[in-house]
Design a binder for this molecule. Structure first.
Ligand code: FAD
Ligand code: EPU
Length: 338
């Protein structure tokens, strides 16, 4: 069941050419435990892999890549709404459409985010004013050092903006095997995000109130208009997080750049990194195999299927330029391996 020297290019959406020294595709908890046993015996580092849409392979991976391919999706009516239970290997967008097509609201703003359910809690995926944590119930994960199954509530997960306990204290300690969501029967539409509001003002002509499926279709249309499809133009979505700064930095920047795009965020200010990178002149930039998407400057692209070094070299140059021009630090959103 363990393969050697497996090509990871088809398994990462940046289409970086890299290999895994060892590779296991797991469909059951039993498969996963065997794979972990193999890694422990060989003292190998582990890379849990879902859809590969939020990783940057900077070289070959010297350990064991565990491709989470467990399937299963169940909906259950419970007091106050619907409980959704999904195995780690299920496709995220498939789950969103499965729920909204049944009239269930809660996930519609998160339509078309690539990847699998097991990875969704890692960075608390978010889009168009909604995050995973808004409908999260609990998850089940295997503790890598012991093989034990642990449950995590929303509080345990410590969700934040593009953040969770799995990027902090519990980093590299767990493999998520199942996620449960709660879709409340008291649903209301979240259409305040500027691009979504604008789109609906222009396109929604129906007399009745918006339904979850209509919002999912609107979000899909907006995303298709500015984000590159990884199957056509390899990319990992937003390459940097939107930086969060205090009042002093915000007022300094706003005075120098009156058009600065920023939103109040937990008592501070979240800056649109795409705006900063765009203003610095990088949008549409090309260098060898890599570049910056021409419709969204926060997205780095790899149309020439270049190496991880080319991608990270470009990211480094952009971050340096943004520090020089604006005094703002950019932090990559995808995780670099190895
Ligand atoms: P992978 O890339 O396979 O893994 C990501 C990280 O999670 C890795 O560190 C991996 O080891 C870890 N991991 C994966 N599965 C597990 C598991 N079962 N247990 C433990 N660790 C695991 N993100 C957003 O939040 N909002 C967006 O709007 C958005 N838009 C995107 C648009 C595009 C075009 C692309 C390419 C990406 C976008 N992303 C977005 C980023 C990405 O889709 C999400 O981060 C997604 O959750 C990654 O899922 P994945 O299965 O591909 O994870
Ligand atoms: N902008 C520009 N130029 C650009 C790109 C953006 O001026 O080239 C401006 C836009 O005009 C807008 C603002 O920046 O005023 C924000 O842009 P957008 O609405 O496209 O969102 P974003 O902040 O760039 C974030 C997430 C996306 C998510 C969208 C929608 C992060 C790091 N990124 O992008 O998530 O889909 O909001 O909610 O938070 C991802 O994480 O991979 C991802 C795609």
């Amino acid at each position: 069941m363990i393969e050697s020297n497996v090509d990871l290019q088809p398994l990462n959406t940046l289409a970086i050419d890299a290999c895994a020294a060892h590779f296991a595709r797991v469909e059951t908890l039993e498969d996963l435990r065997e794979a972990l046993h193999f890694a422990r015996a060989g003292k190998l580092p582990i890379l849990p892999l879902g859809g590969g849409s939020n990783i940057v392979l900077t070289g070959n991976f010297p350990g064991l890549v565990i491709h989470l391919d467990m399937r299963g999706l169940e909906l259950e009516e419970v007091a106050g709404g619907t409980r959704v239970s999904a195995a780690a290997g299920e496709n995220w967008h498939g789950l969103v459409m499965h729920t909204v097509e049944r009239g269930l609201g809660g996930l519609e703003n998160l339509a078309l985010i690539p990847g699998r359910i097991g990875a969704a809690p890692i960075q608390n995926i978010g889009a168009y004013g909604v995050e995973l944590r808004d409908s999260f119930y609990d998850l089940q994960a295997v503790h890598i050092p012991t093989g034990e199954l642990h449950e995590f509530t929303a509080v345990d997960c410590q969700f934040g903006y593009r953040d969770s306990v799995f990027k902090g204290r519990a980093r590299d300690q767990y493999i998520i095997t199942r996620v449960r969501l709660h879709l409340s029967e008291e649903w209301s539409a979240h259409t305040e995000y500027p691009a979504l509001k604008h789109y609906l003002d222009e396109h929604h002509e129906g007399a009745g109130p918006l339904t979850p499926v209509e919002i999912a279709h609107a979000v899909t249309a907006i995303r298709n208009s500015k984000l590159p499809d990884p199957a056509q133009i390899p990319n990992a979505g937003s390459f940097f997080k939107n930086p969060v700064v205090g009042d002093e930095d915000y007022h300094r920047l706003k005075a120098a750049f009156p058009d600065l795009v920023a939103f109040p965020f937990e008592g501070r200010w979240k800056l649109a990194a795409g705006w900063l990178i765009d203003q610095a002149g990088w949008r549409g930039y090309r260098r060898d195999s890599v570049g910056v998407h021409d419709r969204q400057a926060l997205v780095l692209v790899n149309p020439g299927r270049g190496s991880g070094a080319e991608v990270t070299g470009l990211a480094f140059d952009i971050a340096t330029d943004i520090r020089d021009k604006f005094g703002v630090e950019l932090e990559p959103e995808p995780r670099y391996y190895p």
